[in-house]
Design a binder for this molecule. Structure first.
Ligand code: SF4
Length: 719
């Protein structure tokens, strides 16, 4: 199409919103981004969703942060960078000297560039000497990561978007793909159009836009996925769909840490026959039998999931079982046959999971509790042995609990808004008020800046440049094309200056995004996450590269663990699960547990939260666009039966209360939700529905159970 205004030059970039990671062409003129279009040569084939189209507008929203601020007499007031960084460094240094390195923390984001998360991780773990590094990916992807790590020994999905074009059955569970990853969904629909017999199965308590297109919709009761997947495995066994070669040569079985056998698995899932599970999940037994048959009998089944599965108290168990369903039926490692989690943010995968910018982790799949891993990273980072603490730091929710207790004195928050996005928000807002908080963000104000002692304005997206990695392990380059507004600086510049002022400048030898990337990719060469061959030069020319890619002539890897395709896989067999010491993937026996926030007579409904198509996270960006101002997000979807029972009328205000807090929303009475379940988007800062939400975390991944909050509802009485 013709650009809206004349463009001087077009540049390749990547959308800065969801983890689909669509390729974008960015038109620049006179130092401003003036146009955007989808890149026809990228996986999105020229398509963009509404947020992608608005990538230009978000650079120029009102409320872009322009200068640093320091809180004086209760108010944030303009300050110079020198004053602000002096104060930040002094308070961090005082806390470290007086209370030790574990009195400070970094809370980051899946929207930072890889080079930024990598540098923050290195500064805090190898410089300051604390593992208190975590961030918002803990709230969305931690259970998927824990699932992959425990089953395959290494994180990140096995397949790639090309698998969508070859799948004959899509098992979409806990994902409203049509609204939350719209361009992935378009590709699923392309497959359905080109091969109409392709089956789409959707498991979701809501009849979402995704579910409306499904051939089979399973309106599951929230938090009962483990029972459903056990029932499906029971059906695979009963119908003879087990891949015996996989069982004999490529799998081991475990229950917790205890070894088990395939025979144990058979006995275990016998407790979960569909007729027993039907009443637990609220799904007809025949429907479970039918979808289990379709999943197993299809030529190539691809499972797609995201927060609906991850944000549960049994999120890791559910993830392990999805992987198990693929392993047991052999729907893995072939075109179209793969488990495939989607990430929510543009760089939660590469930037946070791969760099190990999490409380328990080190780069490339290493963990702080492993002495060999610590020693490797100490050598690679050039710090003395013993520098990296063996003690895991605080994961996201624990970090804010530590702030409540006064154990954390200073926290740097970058590119995220936890005062709105954490569950049980009021509890952690109080915690932030008690801590010396440094907030770096591209917009001001946010809910979190209310609690900031120092605010630092940041550049975003093409105002700084760096590498993102999206859902399929594809590293893409986002170039720096324009200058940031006012005095804003990149997050990387802020981290480097903090390192210098704290006396760790020697540690950060590489100081530009490209130099840091080079250091990071060379470190990867010492691990199975090898992407040493992905240089900036290649990224400028190619449309992203899927790792592993160990050499500069390696084209990238679509399917992992397959010898001949994955350069890290050895031998000539079907698979080499090289992340595991014995080369075999693990199938876990998992038990359905009672709900983490039980429904009672006092709290008889389950609240689930999620996104709407047009908006992003806590509205700090999309909430400021006039193009989206008519799209409301402060609503509660209630089934007519529940509306009738509790006296709720469509369009009128409704109070939703849990054991933790309350929020007022506008009722939307609709049959698009299962009776007994209500749904609210989490976007609106005014409604702040996270006040209500359950902060229980999965015991392994530490991801909160956003999808399991027991609530009650009533009309808001007229004043
Ligand atoms: Fe951006 Fe995601 Fe939309 Fe693609 S699908 S344009 S990555 S928001």
């Amino acid at each position: 199409r013709e650009p809206a205004v004349p463009v001087d030059s077009w540049h390749k970039g990547v959308c800065r919103f969801c983890g689909t990671g669509c390729g974008i062409m960015i038109g620049v003129r006179d130092g401003r981004v003036v146009d955007i279009k989808g890149d026809e040569y990228a996986h999105n084939r020229g398509r963009l969703c509404v947020k992608g189209v608005l990538n230009r507008e978000i650079l120029y929203v009102r409320d872009r942060a322009l200068y640093p601020m320091i809180r004086r007499n209760g108010r944030l007031e303009r300050a110079s960078w020198d004053e602000a960084m002096d104060l930040v460094a002094r308070r961090f240094r005082e806390a470290i000297d007086r209370y030790g390195p574990d009195s400070v923390a970094f809370y980051g984001s899946g929207q930072l560039f890889t080079e930024e998360s990598y540098t923050a991780n290195k500064l805090f773990k190898a410089g300051i000497g604390t593992n208190n590094v975590d961030g918002n990916p803990r709230l969305c992807m931690a259970s998927a990561a824990a699932g992959y790590i425990s089953v395959f020994g290494k994180d990140e999905p096995l397949g790639c978007y090309e698998d969508i074009d070859a799948a004959t059955c899509f098992f979409i569970t806990g994902s409203n793909t049509a609204d939350c990853h719209p361009i992935v969904w378009e590709r699923v629909l392309d497959r359905k159009r080109s091969r109409p017999e392709t089956v789409i199965i959707v498991v979701d308590p809501r009849r979402t836009r995704t579910a409306r297109h499904a051939d089979y919709h399973l309106p599951i009761r929230p938090g009962t996925d483990v029972a459903l997947y056990n029932a499906m495995i029971y059906e695979f066994i009963r119908n003879g769909f087990i891949d015996q070669d996989m069982v004999e040569n490529y799998l081991t079985f475990r229950e917790g840490n205890a070894p088990r056998t395939f025979e144990d698995l058979k006995r275990h899932v016998a407790q979960y026959a569909p007729e027993r599970v039907a009443s637990i999940c609220g799904i007809d037994a025949r429907l479970i039998e039918e979808v289990a048959y379709l999943f197993a009998a299809s030529e190539a089944t691809m499972s797609i999931w995201t927060m609906g599965l991850n944000q549960q108290a049994q999120g890791t168990a559910a993830n392990r079982l999805i992987n198990a369903m693929h392993l047991l039926t052999g729907h893995i490692g072939r075109p179209g046959a793969t488990p495939f989690s989607l990430t929510g943010q543009p760089n939660a995968g590469g930037g946070v999971r791969d760099t190990g910018a999490l409380a328990h982790a080190l780069p490339n799949g290493r963990v702080v509790t492993n002495p060999k891993h610590r020693a490797e990273m100490e050598d690679l980072w050039g710090v003395p042995r013993g520098r990296i603490s063996p003690k895991p730091g605080y994961h996201a929710v624990a970090m804010f609990e530590a702030m409540r207790r006064g154990d954390l004195k200073c926290v740097l928050i970058m590119g995220t808004n936890p005062a709105q996005s954490l569950p049980h928000a009021d509890r952690y807002r109080e915690a932030m008020a008690r801590t010396f908080l440094v907030v770096a963000d591209a917009v001001y104000p946010t809910e979190t800046t209310q609690f900031a002692d120092v605010f630092l304005p940041t550049a975003m997206w093409v105002e700084k440049g760096g590498v993102y990695s999206q859902s399929e392990r594809r590293y893409h380059l986002v170039p720096k094309l324009v200058d940031p507004p006012g005095e804003a600086r990149s997050d990387l510049e802020i981290l480097i200056e903090l390192a210098d002022r704290l006396g760790y400048g020697e540690l950060i030898k590489a100081r530009t995004p490209e130099a840091i990337w080079d250091e990071w990719r060379q470190i990867s060469a010492h691990s199975p996450y090898n992407f040493a061959g992905i240089t900036y030069e290649r990224l400028k020319k190619e449309r992203g590269i899927l790792w592993p890619a160990p050499t500069e002539d390696h084209p990238g890897t679509c399917r992992r663990y397959v010898p001949g395709e994955d350069p890290m896989a050895k031998g000539t067999g079907r698979f080499d699960f090289y992340g595991r010491p014995d080369g075999r993937a693990v199938v876990f026996l998992e038990h359905q547990k009672p709900p983490s926030d039980p429904r009672t007579d006092a709290y008889p409904l389950t609240l689930v939260t999620g996104r709407v198509y047009e908006h992003w996270h806590t509205l700090t960006l999309t909430g400021k666009l006039k193009e989206l101002e008519d799209i409301t997000t402060d609503f509660l979807v209630v089934h007519p039966r529940d509306a009738h029972r509790y006296g709720i009328r469509d369009g009128e205000p409704v109070l939703v209360e849990s054991r933790r807090g309350r929020a007022v929303l506008q009722a939307r009475v609709s049959t698009d939700i299962t009776p007994g379940v209500v749904f609210a988007p989490f976007h609106s800062p005014e409604a702040l529905v996270n006040r209500v939400v359950n902060p229980t975390v999965d015991p392994i991944s530490k991801e909160p159970a956003f999808k399991e909050s027991a609530v009650r509802i009533r009309p808001v009485s007229p004043a």
